[in-house]
Design a protein around this ligand. Structure first.
Ligand code: DGJ
Length: 727
């Protein structure tokens, strides 16, 4: 960082993790980004002034035709004609914010007033005062050690009456070179389908109104140079750290600006602030990279540096859902536990169906005590055996939800979120419990906490199966999506406070809630309800844009997938799950002994590889052969790497050409071998017969990345593992 640290500062340069952010600081305007992206090096103050001068526009009769700079919270009062960053009013007045003065303060980690936190960030805090509107508007931009930008805004009501914030959406500008947009869409059990189009004039807006990011969540909104890939082009993008209603948008304004922004979607009155109180937007995270791998690496590095990030070896999981569904039968579950332990499973998770009246999904949610009919001795016979077998015990819960057919809903109908028209449509026969109600909150947290204590639960699989529509407080009638989201965070935090070491998985009917807001509390996400290994390739690749692999729950399912009906070989299923937090979700009591032996081998392999897989750098190749996918993890010291080449479509029957292995140290020599071959269903074998695969080949990282090795021809839904070891 260079530049003085007071309000008169004109330009400030923040540098971290290969990223520079240069901001223009004016006495009456919130900060304006002059550069966000590649590290500019140690720039002298005079050069920064030059940068400012170089950005000046030709003289014109109106600043409104062409804005020289647009702030990180764009305001119409400065001449910006696009979407404002803040929109609100005091009963119809005070809706156009302008500042008499703005103070800017730059902090470096370790200096006064800015403790040296684990993120080693630089921070710019700017406070704009609008006396006429009686508002203070604060923006806070942090440049984290990984080069990730975190940005948020706060509005404080200095007046004597209420002020309603309608939206508060900070923005980051990207250069004109960003010609192409990328985000995700999808549906339940088919999440994170990438979509791309040109960054045309106008707005591209991706909203979530269901009280969670949702299965069609954009997840990220990226803008990059034409044809950008994982290792080609340059890309900038944003992600919102919030688990409730939200928007990510890209705006290309005719005045020449391209902005990426995001914020919470507030329902009526949710943004109303009483005198002396504030509303803050969620953190908007911005990353950039020479390709998506570098863009992702900034997220991964940031997440891994947090004190709460799981660092113990990620245990092999057995989850009971697709093995038994609601059919809870103690002997069968004990048999499953024995089979799991014999394979080396380390965490046994009892899924939905264990609590009062929960024989199917129509009843019981909210009654968080063990069903007396199915479990006459409580969960003890199972839990004791699981513990005796050396496994941790995990339990499924859905604390935010309630079935109307439950003792809880019958006793407290006013604890169900609702409007004047009642609780609205059910989804999966369920409604949402009002956790903003302190009584409802205390009731649920105490029951779940009691179970965790009684059964020594190490892990909660935390589901969330109904979107929050018609979600209002029964008594006040006011919308409660914001309050519910905040209460969910509080509940997760409180359970973790009460139970040291407790881990939580954010399940949300599969991948509906895996934003950086919930990841403050969750240790794993369930990436999708679809565990088909073929689909898992797409899910891992794109969920991995923000989350590192150790946080992504990936399970080996039954030979015929329960969601897609696709029949896949065990090697393909396990080799796919290997690249996440590995688990099994299959009725092992029905598996053949050969299959169990094969699965044990994969579990052993996962245990050998998990340190590399969960601490290394994720790489993805931009292969030009459609249907072939190469991903890998390179150790941080680049001493070794494990790659996976998969054929997901029928590609070619003759060898498909050279395979470049990315991410290695260009100057080191590596031994490259085929670590495993796998088989498509029905015994179609993969036998890489290239000499290098049989005998290994020694090549430098440079040659491997730039020239590559001959790729094997694979049948559809087959994969090979390739290992590179520095010698
Ligand atoms: C949806 C989850 O995603 C599944 O894994 C399972 O836990 C079911 N809910 C249980 O009802």
């Amino acid at each position: 960082m260079t530049g003085p640290q007071e309000a008169a500062t004109r330009v400030v340069h923040l540098r971290r993790g290969g990223t520079s952010v240069v901001l223009r600081l004016d006495p009456e305007v919130l900060p304006c980004v002059l550069h966000w992206g590649s590290d500019l090096g140690d720039v002298r103050a005079s050069e920064l002034d030059g940068l400012l001068l170089a950005a000046r526009l030709p003289e014109s009769d109106s600043v409104m035709y062409r804005q020289e700079a647009v702030s990180i919270l764009p305001q119409h009062s400065t001449g910006w004609l696009g979407r404002p960053g803040l929109l609100g009013s005091r009963d119809g007045t005070a809706w156009s914010v302008a500042f008499e003065h703005v103070t800017h303060r730059v902090d470096e980690a370790g200096t006064d007033g800015w403790p040296d936190g684990p993120d080693g960030a630089a921070r710019l805090v700017s406070i704009g005062t609008d006396h006429a509107c009686k508002l203070l508007v604060t923006t806070e931009l942090r440049l984290l050690a990984s080069g990730l930008v975190a940005l948020r805004a706060t509005v404080t009501n200095e007046g004597a009456d209420r002020y309603e914030v309608n939206h508060l959406e900070p923005a980051l500008p990207v250069p004109d070179a960003a010609q192409e947009l990328l985000d995700m869409t999808g549906a339940h059990a088919h999440e994170r389908v990438p979509q791309r189009h040109r960054f045309e004039a106008g707005q591209w807006m991706r909203e979530a109104w269901g009280g969670r990011p949702g299965h069609d969540s954009a997840t990220v909104l990226c803008a990059g140079t034409e044809g950008f890939g994982f290792r080609r082009g340059t890309v900038w993008g944003v992600h919102l750290g919030w688990s409730g209603n939200q928007v990510l948008s890209a705006e290309r304004h005719t005045a020449g600006w391209r902005l990426l922004r995001g914020g919470e979607r507030l329902l009526p009155d949710e943004g109303t602030i009483a005198p002396g109180t504030s509303y803050s937007s969620p953190w908007l995270y911005g990353s950039w990279g020479r390709g998506l791998d570098e863009f992702s690496a900034r997220f991964h590095e940031y997440l891994r540096a947090r004190p709460q990030h799981p660092t113990s070896p990620r245990p092999v999981v057995l989850n009971t859902w697709e093995a038994v569904y609601f059919d809870h039968d103690l002997p069968k579950l004990l048999e499953l536990a024995e089979a799991a332990a014999a394979l080396g499973v380390e965490r046994f998770v009892l899924d939905d169906g264990w609590f009062h009246a929960r024989r199917d999904d129509t009843a019981g949610l909210g009654d968080w005590h063990v069903d007396e009919d199915v479990w006459p001795d409580g969960l003890n016979p199972l839990v004791d055996r699981v513990h005796a077998l050396g496994m941790e015990f995990g339990l499924w819960v859905e604390p935010e939800m309630v079935n109307l057919d439950s003792d809880l809903a019958r006793a407290h109908p006013d604890w169900v979120l609702q409007t004047e028209h009642g609780p609205g449509l059910p989804a999966r026969h369920q409604h949402v419990l009002d956790l903003g109600n302190p009584d409802a909150f205390a009731h649920v947290v105490d029951l779940i906490s009691g179970l965790v204590k009684q059964y020594g639960v190490a892990y909660l699989k935390w589901d969330h199966n109904r979107p929050l529509v018609d979600a209002g407080h029964a008594r006040t009638g006011r919308p409660s999506v914001h309050a519910q989201t905040a209460a969910t965070y509080r509940m997760m935090a409180e359970l973790k406070d009460r139970h040291d070491g407790l881990e939580i998985e954010s399940c949300c009917a599969g991948g509906g809630r895996l934003d950086l807001g919930i990841m403050e509390y969750a240790d794993r996400v369930w990436v999708s309800d679809c565990i088909d290994a073929h689909e898992l390739h797409r899910l891992l690749r794109w969920t991995g844009l923000t989350l590192p692999r150790e946080l992504l729950g990936t399970h080996v399912g039954a030979p015929t997938d329960h969601t897609t009906g696709r029949r896949l070989s065990l090697d393909f299923r396990a080799g796919s799950a290997l690249f996440g937090h590995f688990g099994v979700e299959w009725d092992l009591t029905a598996a053949e002994s050969g299959e169990l032996d094969q699965l044990r081998t994969w579990i052993d392999r996962y245990k050998q590889e998990r340190t590399l897989l969960h601490t290394g750098t994720v790489v993805n190749a931009d292969l030009d052969v459609p249907g072939l996918e190469l991903t890998g993890v390179v150790a941080r010291d680049r001493g070794e790497a494990l790659y996976r080449l998969s054929a997901l479509e029928h590609t070619v029957t003759t060898p498909p050409g050279r395979l470049q292995l990315p991410g290695l140290d260009p100057d080191r020599l590596y031994l490259v071998t085929c670590a495993a071959t796998t088989h498509a269903p029905d015994g179609v074998g993969v036998r890489p017969t290239m000499p290098w695969a049989r005998e290994g080949v020694r090549m430098t990282g440079r040659l491997l990345e730039q020239v590559g090795v001959q790729a094997p021809a694979l049948p559809v839904d087959a994969l090979v593992l390739i290992r590179a070891t520095a010698i």
